[in-house]
Design a protein around this ligand. Structure first.
Ligand SMILES: [Zn+2]
Length: 413
């Protein structure tokens, strides 16, 4: 088989960058040894990277005889990236450097009116605010990644269908481009969350993991060989719409008894509101200052932690469904890790201690033997950092040759 020399060279350069980024400070002979490349080949790439400012010499290593080799490091503050998490409850934005260090952060409530024009206007203001707060000069910004729930046409920057926002066929990147002359990438929120954990969080060492997003809804993303497994049209990972009760309540998607309608943050809140409305004894009403419609998943978790019987029962039932969903997932895909993240995780530290026994009980004997269940390391920043990481990935794929040479939108779906 004939291998294209140009493609091979680009791949080798990318591998050199990745070794320096993840294992640096490192010297050239060690890079050569780890990648199986000749020293002159490694030096050709590291010289180019030093010239472009993507890597720098930060000192010398101890010598075992002869000249002390120079230590190279990836330059994290060469550029900065904007990452946005467009959530149904809140929109969050960060500016981070290429090492995932956050230099600016902003958050705004999404609000009840999610008309696309209103939401996009709010999004533009949020991005302007986070750039201003970060104090990063505009010419140091490499691009922006937007994490959005739903099924997307990432190539053209459009939202095909987002049940959370009730949007169909809405152009999202086009209006943003009018305001920001930056490379932009649109990625599904759950997939962004998984990539955040993969690049900077709990999944750094794992090539096969599933990231579950337990929030207002329930979503997930599958990581295979370090990359998102998209499926044939990019809609993989919809674990929230796995049917668990054939005649169960009707879900937003139209199906009956989906995991999401039984156990999401929204479902937990609605079940608690209903229980209080039905006159069941509970401290939750008081905790919501008597306003039952204000009982949210956090209140239910807080009450369960205080041994409120009604709240504990709702949480236990929800956790059981979540555990069954995850056990099904493990049986099917045999991941080495399940990373759990999202609003429910932030609200309830009792989640994991109740969830693990359910998964163990429901998981098939000997299936998924390696799997570890972990809470995500990036908390509420996972989706925005992961969306930003997609720009970093494009930068590295393009050989770190500065701004403007890679595609304006992603073509990964
Ligand atoms: Zn559903």
């Amino acid at each position: 088989m004939k291998i294209d020399k140009f493609v091979m060279s680009a791949t080798n350069k990318k591998n050199v960058i990745e070794i320096i980024r993840t294992k640096g400070p490192i010297h050239k002979a060690e890079i050569s040894r780890l990648l199986g490349l000749s020293l002159p080949t490694v030096m050709k790439f590291t010289d180019e990277l030093e010239v472009s400012g993507a890597v720098k010499v930060i000192g010398k290593a101890e010598s075992s005889g002869g000249k002390c080799p120079e230590l190279l490091e990836f330059v994290s503050d060469a550029f900065y990236i904007v990452g946005v998490d467009v959530g149904r409850n809140a929109m969050k934005a960060v500016v981070m450097d290429l090492g995932g260090n956050i230099t600016g952060k902003a958050i705004v409530k999404t609000g009840d009116d999610v008309n696309p024009e209103v939401t996009v206007a709010r999004l533009i203001e949020l991005i302007k605010t986070v750039i201003r707060k970060s104090k990063v000069p505009f010419d140091k910004l490499l691009g922006m990644g937007i994490g959005m729930p739903g099924i997307l046409d990432a190539e053209n920057g459009n939202v095909i269908f987002s049940p959370d926002f009730n949007w169909e066929n809405i152009p999202l990147l086009e209006p943003l481009k009018k305001h920001f002359n930056l490379s932009q990438i649109l990625i599904n929120s759950n997939q962004a969350m998984a990539m955040g954990e993969r690049w900077f969080g709990a999944g750094k060492q794992s090539d096969y993991f599933i990231c579950i997003n337990l929030g207002h809804g329930i979503g997930s993303a599958i990581v295979e060989k370090g990359e998102i497994y998209y499926g044939s049209c990019g809609s993989s990972g919809e674990v929230g719409h796995m049917t668990l009760e054939k005649d169960g309540p009707v879900c937003e998607c139209g199906n009956h008894g989906c995991l999401e309608i039984l156990a999401s943050g929204n479902a937990i809140a609605l079940q608690a509101q209903q229980a209080v409305h039905d006159g069941e004894e509970s401290a939750m009403s008081q905790m919501a200052n008597g306003q039952n419609s204000q009982i949210d998943a956090k209140i239910v978790f807080d009450a369960a932690r205080e041994n409120d019987k009604t709240a504990a029962q709702i949480i236990n039932t929800a956790v059981e469904y979540i555990g069954i969903g995850i056990a099904n997932y493990i049986n099917l895909l045999d991941p080495d890790m399940i990373i759990i993240n999202g609003g429910i995780v932030n609200a309830g530290d009792i989640l994991l201690e109740r969830l693990i026994p359910v998964i163990k009980e429901r998981q098939m004997k000997f299936a998924g033997r390696k799997v570890k269940i972990k809470i995500g390391a990036l908390g509420e920043n996972a989706t925005s950092m992961g969306a930003a990481a997609m720009i970093l990935k494009e930068y590295i794929n393009a050989g770190c040759n500065g701004k403007g040479i890679y595609r304006q939108t992603a073509s990964h779906v």
